[in-house]
Design a binder for this molecule. Structure first.
Ligand code: GUN
Length: 291
């Protein structure tokens, strides 16, 4: 069993980005600049956004964090986004999800300028991605592809089973794994809440990508020998073995499943850190495409 080390790989990518920033500055260009909008005080969102801002500092980007109250109106949020769209000093904009219930997430994503949509969530970006045209690829799927690429994992003609069809992970990674590109060219099956015989479908997987958000869902009897597993899930569960009384686990029961795997991503330290590295990469791309 080999670990797909997202922590190390994301560090390598951040070093590469930091070097590119130095080169840009030496050429007289400005630093890439990411803006993040955080609405309300959702604890998990706060943690993710803070990690993104910190990552910007680490690679030499400028960042702007716009905090807005939970009860902000949709119109005022749209106004804020348009302001950022029109601000030439900002290259990329993310609006951290989920948003409060009274705000239409689709409308908000549609308002972000496609050229600044470094999350790659805008329908036009998803459309371009689907057609293999230049686009921002959503950061988590992009991180998965980068791991497969850097660990030289053969995906051509392989059975890739994706659990979950979220717009952020499951759907885009399914499209990307089936596309005629590298990595890609897999035969993809999408498994979701209405799927039947989930265990049988999983047992056919050469590459299993799990993005359900259900702790330890995949057990040893659900995978075949030699499978490559990408575990996107991250859930906090109670533990009497840690000081804090909590631990983070993935959608895969790592201990029992890993003995059957050729490769597996750990949780934490797998896909999570890759997501942030790829968001930085998209922001660098956004800043360079304006040169
Ligand atoms: N919420 C969970 N994941 C993400 C992400 O990648 N981007 C944004 N904007 N919100 C999220």
């Amino acid at each position: 069993m080999n670990i797909l080390d997202g922590k190390k790989t994301s560090n390598d990518i951040k070093n590469e980005i930091a070097n590119e920033v130095v080169s840009l500055i030496n050429l007289g260009m400005k630093k890439p600049h990411l803006a993040a909008i955080l609405v309300g005080d959702n604890g998990a969102s706060e943690t993710y956004v803070n990690a993104k801002v910190k990552a910007c500092e680490r690679v030499g980007f400028d960042s702007t964090l716009i905090r807005l109250n939970d009860n902000i109106t949709e119109d005022l949020l749209v106004e804020q986004i348009i302001k950022v769209n029109n601000n030439d000093s900002i290259d990329g904009l993310i609006v951290q999800l989920p948003l409060p219930k009274h705000i239409d997430e689709k409308k908000i994503i549609n308002t972000i300028s496609i050229n600044k949509d470094v999350d790659g969530f805008h329908p036009l970006n998803i459309g371009n991605m689907t057609l293999n045209l230049p686009s921002f690829i959503p950061a988590t799927p992009a991180g998965i592809l980068e791991l497969l690429l850097r660990y030289d994992i053969d995906t051509v003609g392989k059975n890739c089973v994706v659990l979950g069809r979220s717009h952020i992970v499951g759907l885009p990674i399914s499209i990307l794994m089936a596309s005629n590109s590298k990595p890609g060219n897999s035969t993809v099956t999408i498994v979701h809440s209405k799927s039947k015989n989930i265990k049988d479908l999983c047992l056919k997987a050469d590459i299993l990508i799990v993005a359900l958000g259900i702790a330890n869902f995949i057990t040893n009897d659900m995978v075949k020998e030699g499978v490559c597993i990408i575990d996107v899930g991250i859930t906090r569960i109670k533990s009497d073995k840690t000081k804090s009384g909590w631990k983070l686990v993935g959608d895969v029961d790592f201990k029992s499943v890993s003995e059957k795997c050729s490769y597996i991503t750990p949780v934490p330290g797998g896909v999570g850190p890759m997501t942030i590295a790829m968001l930085l990469k998209n922001t660098l791309l956004a800043s360079k495409s304006k040169i």
